[in-house]
Design a protein around this ligand. Sequence first.
Ligand code: CP
Length: 344
Amino acid sequence: MKSLKGQSILEAQQFGREILDDLFLEADKMQGVCKFLDGGEVSEEAMHECGSIKAGMAEKKIALLFYEPSTRTWSSFYVAAENLGARVMAIPPARQFSSAVKGETVKDTIAMFCGYGIDAIVMRTDKEGMAKEADEAACASGRTVSIINAGDGKGQHPTQALLDLYTVKRFFKNDLKKDIHEEKINIAFVGDLANGRTVRSLAYLLNKYQDPEKLEFFFVSPPVLKMKDDIKDYLDKKGVKFSEYEKLADVVGKIDVFYMTRVQKERLEGIQVDYDFIRNNCSITKEVVEKMKKEAIVMHPLPRDPAFGEIPEWFDSDPRAKYIQQAENGLYVRMALLKKVLLG
Ligand code: CP
């Protein structure tokens, strides 16, 4: 893929390093655009950038179609589209208020949107593979309508992976100037690795971005929530090192990037999880913090679960806590992505 223009965004594997570097440069520019829109002082270049994007986006229509709840993805795409000057069609929660209630298929829904001249449909679904189904329906319409997968069940969440990688790039070793292509990244994925789509997408995306010898994964979870074989097979095939643990305390000193996750209670389907074990062994505890590298960073796609406590609030003021900035980066990356998809 040479350019993102007119493309659908369905899975993390579709990106290459060149496209990612270009997208991240655009996301840097979007920080300037947001500052300008907030009334801050910016360069002539940022003002010009903002004017030309808004002129190009004025006729673009973006629909937000969410069949599952969301705070960050929905609102950051909404603000991103508004900041760019596009017209936004925000569908109320589709499982409750669209004709999905009456049994309408995603295929028919997408066919309708294509007929209304929508240019991009950002969709979150509760079933793996629904974004691809939607893309097939959009292609069948004969129009150029980009489907953007904002999370499909246990499948993938590629735009989350984009903002996650952008965050790693910005904050790795807490040095904004670092070129992470040159660095070896030891990343720990911690918690529910069986049901979380964000870890799946990020594992694929990191592989597309880093050379195999510049990357090592440490998977930390109880046995019932282990990373699935498809990802491990992929890493084997690519020659990327990974290892598995049950206790974060056993690897903490080696880790540069902690990617914490919530237990996906809504997707457990009868699996019994020992929450006390997770709270004590797969969470940020005082013991873990004591052994953590000074320049490590701690990320989380959010929401976190206060009942489970994978990242307790007392850690928020630690300079290594990056999850709030990570969510903010979602706005810049999604603005950049919408611009690239709709304008090139
Ligand atoms: N990280 C993420 O997808 O958050 P939301 O579910 O709030 O969109």
